[in-house]
Write a protein that binds this ligand. Structure first.
Ligand code: NDP
Ligand SMILES: O=C1O[C@H](COP(=O)(O)O)[C@@H](O)[C@H](O)[C@H]1O
Length: 523
C-alpha cells in the first residue's frame, strides 16, 4: 500500500519543521456513477478540478461520468465546466488541459449490457490515456442503487484486480439505515470487492482540524496523563448547522439527524476524542482502536431511553435576519413528520479510562449558527487556596478543538489580572491553523479522493466500526420509530435558536460549550 501521508522533516537549518507534501499518484480512471447529480456537481467535480489545477494529479488520469441521462462527452464537459464556474474556482488554462480527460458513458444502473460497454470503454481509455487498468468507481448515487451497481461491476469482471492494477469502490454514507441493512450492504459489496478495495467516506475525517486531534493527543506527552475520568468532567461533541434540510427532503425525512450525522461524523469525532493510542499510525491500527472504543459504549437503558436523549424538530424562526419555515413546511417533507432534526445524546464509555464521564453528542439543523467543535471540560481544582482573598469563581480548564468556523485549539486557564488587588479571570491559549500554515489546503473531498487513489484507508470507515456504531444507535432508532409517544418526546425549537430547552436541562454546560471564549471575549 502506498504511503499517502505528508512527511514532516527538519530543514537544513535544523529546528524548523518543513512539510514535504509531494505525492506520487498512480495513473487512474475515476468512474463516477451519478455523474448528472448534485454531489458530483457541487463537491466531487470541483474537488477533482482543484486537484488537477494544483498539480496533484498524474498526467495519466481520466474522469468517466456515468448515469442514465443522455449526454455525450462534450455535453458532460460543458456541465462540469459550469459546475466549476459555479464553485468560483474556474481557471481557463487548467480547464483546457483537463477537458480532454473527461468522458461520459450512458449507463442504466441495472442493465448488464451497459456495464459490458463500460468495460470496453475503460479498456479503450487505458490504451489511449495510459491509465493502466487502475479504476476507482465512485458511487455518487442514491444509496438504494449501491447494491445493484456493486453487483453489476462484479458480474462484469470490473472488480477484479489484474497484476499491479487496482479496482476500488467508493461508497458515500449512509452505509445502510440500521445494523441489519448495513450488514446486508456489506455482504453485497464483499461479493465482488475485498475489504481493501472498499472506501467508505466520512468527509469529516478529512478536515485538517479533525486530523489534528490525534496528533495533538498522541504527538505530545503532556495530555495523555490527564485524559481520563480523574481529570475530565465531560466531553462535548457539537456539530451545529444553521442550514435547514435544503433540497434533500426526500432523503432527510427518512434519515433524520441520527442517521444523517450521528452514525458517521459524530461517532468518528467521539472516537478521536476518546480512543486509546494506537501502537503505530497505520490505518488498521488506528481503526482497531476506534472499534475498541465503540465496543465500550454503554448500551442505552431500554426502560428509560429519554433520560439520556433529547430529540427536537425545528419550527419557524429567523436565520441571519430572514424568516425561515418550520421543518414540516419544507418542500418535500411530510407535514406530520416526526423526523428529528436535532439530537443530544449523553453517552458513556464503560472502560477504565472513561467510566462515569458523560459524552454529550449534539447536532442539529437550523440552529443559531454553524459551529463544529469538541470541548474537553476538565474538573474543578480540588481545593481553592484563594477562596478567602479572591471573589471570582475559579473556572475549570477547558480545551476546545474548533473545527468550524474557527479552526483552532483553545486552552482556557485562570490567570491573575495585572492589578493591585488580587483579581483572577479565565484567559485562553490559542493555536490557529491559519496562523501556522497560511498556504493553500486540501478541501475534505480533495483529500478523500487523493487517499482513494493512493489506497490509504486511514480516513475511511471499516465495516466493523460501521456495525458497532449501528449496534449502538439502532435500538435508539427502533425505540423512536416504534414509540407511540414520539410526538411527546420530540421537542420543537425555533429555527435560529440553540435547540430545545430540554437539551440545556440534560447538559447545563451546553450554552458555554457552543460559545467559544477567547482572550478578547466570546467568538
Ligand atoms: N448531495 C450532497 O451534498 C451529499 C450527498 N451524499 C450522498 O451522495 C450520494 C449522491 O447524492 P446526490 O448527488 O445528492 O444524489 P442525487 O439525488 O443528485 O442523485 C445522483 C444521480 O443518481 C441518479 N438517480 C437519482 N435518483 C435515482 C433513482 N431513483 N433511480 C436511478 N437513478 C437515480 C440521477 O442520475 P440519472 O438519472 O442521470 O441516472 C442523479 O443525477 C448519496 O448517497 C448521498 O447520500 C453524501 C453527502 C452529501
Ligand atoms: O454529511 C453531512 O454533512 C453536512 C455537514 O457537513 P459540514 O462539512 O458542512 O459540516 C450536513 O449538512 C449534511 O446534512 C450531512 O449529510
Amino acid at each position: 500500500m502506498a504511503d499517502a501521508h505528508v512527511n514532516l522533516t527538519t530543514n537544513d537549518a535544523g529546528g524548523t519543521p518543513t512539510c514535504d507534501s509531494r505525492l506520487n499518484l498512480p495513473p487512474c480512471a475515476i468512474v463516477i456513477f451519478g455523474a448528472s447529480g448534485d454531489l458530483t456537481a457541487r463537491k466531487l467535480f470541483p474537488a477533482l478540478f482543484s486537484l488537477h489545477r494544483s498539480g496533484h494529479f498524474p498526467e495519466s488520469f481520466v474522469i468517466l461520468g456515468c448515469s442514465r441521462s443522455e449526454l455525450d462527452d462534450d455535453q458532460f464537459r460543458a456541465r462540469m465546466r459550469e459546475a466549476v464556474e459555479r464553485s468560483g474556482d474556474f481557471e481557463r488554462q487548467a480547464w483546457e488541459t483537463m477537458a480532454p480527460r473527461l468522458y461520459y458513458q450512458q449507463v442504466s444502473y441495472e442493465d448488464a449490457a451497459g456495464y459490458a460497454a463500460l468495460a470496453a470503454r475503460l479498456d479503450d481509455i487505458d490504451r489511449v490515456q495510459g491509465t493502466r487498468g487502475n479504476r476507482l468507481f465512485y458511487l455518487a448515487v442514491p444509496p438504494t442503487l449501491y447494491e445493484t451497481i456493486a453487483a453489476c461491476l462484479g458480474e462484469t469482471g470490473l472488480a477484479v484486480e489484474h497484476g499491479e492494477s487496482f479496482s476500488r469502490i467508493v461508497v458515500e454514507k449512509p452505509f445502510g439505515h440500521d445494523l441489519r441493512s448495513a450488514q446486508a450492504l456489506d455482504a453485497i459489496l464483499h461479493r465482488s470487492f475485498g475489504e481493501p478495495q472498499v472506501f467508505r467516506i466520512d468527509h469529516y475525517l478529512a478536515k485538517e482540524t479533525v486530523q489534528n486531534i490525534l496528533m495533538f493527543r498522541f504527538a505530545n506527552a503532556i495530555f495523555e496523563p490527564v485524559w481520563n475520568r480523574n481529570h475530565i468532567d465531560y466531553i462535548s461533541v457539537i456539530a451545529a448547522e444553521n442550514l435547514g434540510v435544503e433540497h434533500r427532503a426526500g432523503y432527510y425525512d427518512k434519515a433524520g439527524v441520527l442517521r444523517d450525522m450521528f452514525q458517521n461524523h459524530m461517532m468518528q469525532l467521539l472516537a478521536l476524542a476518546a480512543m486509546d493510542a494506537p501502537t503505530c499510525f497505520h490505518a488498521d491500527r488506528v481503526r482497531d482502536e476506534k472499534v475498541r472504543l465503540y465496543r465500550g459504549l454503554k448500551p442505552f437503558e431500554v426502560a428509560d431511553e429519554f433520560k439520556d436523549l433529547v430529540l427536537g424538530q425545528y419550527g419557524p424562526g429567523m436565520i441571519d435576519g430572514k424568516h425561515v419555515v418550520a421543518y414540516r413546511d419544507e418542500k418535500g417533507v411530510d407535514p406530520r413528520s416526526l423526523t428529528p432534526t436535532f439530537a443530544m445524546i449523553r453517552a458513556f464509555v464503560d472502560n477504565w479510562r472513561w467510566k462515569g464521564v458523560p459524552f454529550f453528542l449534539t447536532s442539529g439543523k437550523r440552529l443559531a449558527r454553524k459551529a463544529s467543535r469538541i470541548v474537553v471540560q476538565f474538573k474543578d481544582v480540588p481545593h481553592s487556596m484563594l477562596h478567602e482573598v479572591a471573589q471570582e469563581r475559579l473556572e475549570a480548564n477547558q480545551l476546545v478543538f474548533g473545527i468550524y468556523p474557527d479552526e483552532v485549539i483553545h486552552m482556557s486557564f485562570m490567570a491573575k489580572l495585572p492589578a493591585p488587588r488580587l483579581c483572577l479571570r479565565p484567559v485562553v491559549m490559542h493555536y490557529g491553523f491559519d496562523d501556522a500554515e497560511p498556504g493553500p489546503r486540501l478541501e475534505a473531498y480533495e483529500k478523500v479522493l487523493l487517499d482513494c487513489i493512493l489506497g490509504d484507508h486511514m480516513l475511511f470507515w471499516r465495516q466493523d466500526g460501521v456495525e458497532q456504531t449501528w449496534g449502538f444507535l439502532t435500538p435508539i432508532l427502533e425505540m423512536c420509530e416504534t414509540c407511540g409517544e414520539l410526538e411527546r418526546h420530540l421537542h420543537s425549537y425555533p429555527a435560529g435558536s440553540w435547540g430545545p430547552e430540554r437539551a440545556v436541562a440534560l447538559h447545563p454546560g451546553f450554552a458555554r460549550d457552543v460559545s467559544m471564549k477567547t482572550s478578547e471575549g466570546e467568538a
